[in-house]
Write a protein that binds this ligand. Structure first.
Ligand SMILES: Nc1ncnc2c1ncn2[C@@H]1O[C@H](COP(=O)(O)OP(=O)(O)OP(=O)(O)O)[C@@H](O)[C@H]1O
Length: 289
């Protein structure tokens, strides 16, 4: 059980994380928020890289402020910029990361093949990292993060820049790993959360709101999402209406556009009420005053 009690982080006068208290148990928790919301700051606090200005965090009775060394052994972290070394082989990189964590050669020779298997890189163990695709580098990043079998895994915007196939493969890996540990997955991609997470934390301007299910977020947009097929000139008018937030568009045929939008009223008589998706619930939450 991860217990976060009243933590705050400031950079000068900027409050990057406001007095935050949360309890998280098991599974995959999405941390969703726009750029600058404070997601990386929150993960760096959880990783022990930053120390909070107030409050504390505990995991199964161990405290971030009092038991920092022990806590580090129970955390795996894949930062946004991994900076994996191109001239090392995958196995050498994992040995290096393991040694930095204080693992001995017996542990390394047991764990390295096992984590490489887990992230589907067994056959690439002796290949140079410089030859890896973005997705392979991210999977290797996960391998180093789980090398010491942590019970809390922190992953910061892992799918940014991955192609669709690699993104799906990465999500499947996270789903597998989430079966027996707590994972916090930071992202600004709603689909990552919709496809992977059991619960989500929504974050804006340093404040976090906890939702116990993805459906709870989707429900925020219930009765406010409309689907409409219209011509180009009406579409241009809709785009300039500040009471309307367009969430999806597709061109059906020349001069006909299908769109979905969020508004408290249908506004256009031909608009039909639509079943919201996570992105729309999240947009409603983001635009709440
Ligand atoms: N080391 C720092 N010094 C000063 N300000 C910082 C520092 N780190 C973060 N901030 C500020 O704190 C706020 C939160 O930043 P943070 O990087 O945590 O957001 P984020 O949600 O991870 O954004 P992104 O998705 O762009 O990575 C931003 O306003 C940022 O400018």
């Amino acid at each position: 059980m991860l217990q976060i009690s009243g933590i705050t982080k400031k950079f000068g006068k900027k409050v990057a994380l406001h007095n935050t208290s949360l309890t998280l148990d098991k599974g995959i928790i999405g941390l969703l928020g726009p750029n600058g919301a404070g997601k990386t700051t929150f993960l760096r606090l959880l990783s022990t890289f930053y120390v909070s200005d107030s409050g504390d965090i505990t995991l199964n009775e161990l405290s971030w402020s009092k038991d920092t060394e022990k806590i580090r052994k129970t955390i795996g972290y894949l930062p946004q910029q991994t900076g994996v070394f191109p001239s090392l082989k995958a196995r050498e990189y994992l040995e290096y990361m393991g040694i930095l964590r204080g693992m001995d050669s017996g542990q390394l020779s047991k764990e390295i093949p096992s984590v490489l298997k887990e992230v589907n890189l067994e056959e690439k163990a002796d290949h140079l990292i410089g030859s890896f695709s973005g997705g392979m580098k991210q999977r290797l990043g996960i391998a180093q993060a789980i090398l010491h079998q942590p019970s809390l895994l922190l992953v910061d915007e892992p799918t940014a820049g991955l192609d669709p196939e690699e993104r799906i493969r990465f999500r499947n890996l996270i789903k597998r790993l989430g079966k027996n540990r707590l994972i916090i997955l930071s992202t600004h991609i709603t689909e990552d959360v919709a496809m992977t997470c059991d619960q989500a934390l929504l974050m804006k301007a340093g404040a976090i709101e906890q939702f116990s299910s993805i459906q709870e977020i989707i429900s925020l947009a219930k009765g406010q999402v409309w689907a409409l097929e219209t011509d180009l000139s009406t579409y241009e008018t809709i785009k300039s209406n500040t009471n309307i937030l367009i969430t999806q568009t597709s061109i059906l045929e020349e001069n006909i556009i299908a769109l979905r939008y969020i508004a408290t009223e249908p506004i256009y008589p031909k608009a039909k009420i639509a079943v919201p998706v996570l992105e729309e619930g999240y947009m409603v939450w983001l635009n709440k005053k």
